[in-house]
Ligand binder design. Structure first.
Ligand SMILES: [Zn+2]
Length: 337
């Protein structure tokens, strides 16, 4: 459908590495796996049931296993390298941002955080030598289950490694006790990152009904991010869509992921969400959330959206261009020029 290179801005390292590579990495490191059969393992590291997972917490269980396997400098380096190369070879993705939480890959402090991050940077450097057509960058993630101090360490590391390829920060993870997350507690974190020149994207408005809508409002007002991960619940609130448009915040929408986690209930729901955003002039780009784990690829997402009438080809093209433009990697290139 597209001759030009694609942009993918929302993909987690834990969901971006092919199962066979994770399988080999686990064995190289002598990790005790819950199964000795590769196909059973493949089911454990992906959303293998076409009906999806019951909720976001179930998805978190899958992430636990891939994060465990990626919890060493060797595994992080190889994972980043494989994810970037794979994205270019299979999808011709030329703008790619990979996000991960280094503290979920250091075995509770047993591994040194700087070694983990530097390993990711080595993977990035190697991939850029092999695939010079690709502009890639790393986003370091905070977590909603972490304390403010733990999250501040992530911000400090992101700033420290900015000259080496870290382009932004994010937050995700389960909400403690399933309650509404108070995003104002990371206001200082986000402010420091922004002042240093890092891009800011925030996971919010994926699920949670009315609470989710309120959370988006809080994020837009108090954190003023450049982009929002998901944000689909904003489609329910015209005032909120106007605020997002005014602030020029780009939503990173992951249709298949939203269907698999039941954040959107049907393809019809996907179509309505996109049509609402188009009508209200809300900027968005398309992503997979993690192509290997979600068993989809960016071009599959594009085809899905056209097939169900969510977007036509020219709207899709605009969303892809938006992805290249809204990338924190692009901003970094400008700053360097
Ligand atoms: Zn995500």
């Amino acid at each position: 459908m597209f001759e030009e290179g694609l942009a993918e801005l929302h993909t987690h390292l834990g969901g971006s590495v092919a199962a066979d590579i994770l399988w080999s990495l686990a064995h190289e490191q002598g990790i005790a796996l819950p199964t000795r059969d590769y196909w059973e393992f493949e089911r454990l590291v992906t959303v293998s049931d076409p009906r999806g997972v019951p909720d976001l917490d179930s998805l978190d269980q899958i992430y636990h296993l891939t994060e465990l396997i990626q919890s060493s400098p060797l595994a992080v380096e190889r994972s980043v390298h494989a994810a970037i190369g794979g994205a270019y070879r299979s999808q011709r993705i030329t703008t790619l941002e990979l996000r991960f939480n280094p503290m979920k890959r250091n075995r509770g402090g047993e591994r040194d955080l700087d070694h983990i991050i530097l390993a990711a940077i080595r993977g990035l450097d190697l991939a850029s030598l092999e695939y010079s057509q690709v502009r890639a960058g790393l986003i370091l993630m905070m977590d909603r289950t972490f304390t403010a101090d733990q999250n501040m360490v992530i911000i400090e590391k992101a700033i420290k490694y900015m000259p080496r390829g870290v382009v932004g920060v994010d937050i995700a993870g389960p909400r403690p006790h399933g309650a509404r997350y108070d995003y104002t507690q990371i206001r200082e974190h986000v402010e420091l990152a922004r002042e240093a020149g890092l891009g800011v994207t925030i996971h919010v408005g994926e699920e949670g009904g009315e609470h989710g809508v309120q959370e988006i409002g809080e994020v837009v007002e108090s954190l003023r991010p450049d982009r929002v991960g998901h944000g689909i619940l904003a489609a329910r609130d015209p005032g909120l869509m106007e605020a997002i448009r005014q602030a020029d915040i780009t939503l990173e929408i992951c249709p298949t992921s939203n269907l698999l986690t039941k954040a959107l209930s049907s393809e019809d729901d996907v179509r309505k969400t996109f049509r609402t955003f188009v009508e209200h002039g809300v900027p968005f780009t398309i992503a997979t959330d993690g192509p290997e784990m979600m068993r989809t690829h960016l071009r599959d997402e594009f085809e899905l959206l056209v097939r169900i009438g969510a977007l036509d080809e020219s709207e899709l093209r605009l969303a892809n261009e938006r992805g290249h433009d809204a990338s924190f990697v692009a901003r970094r290139a400008h700053a360097a020029a």
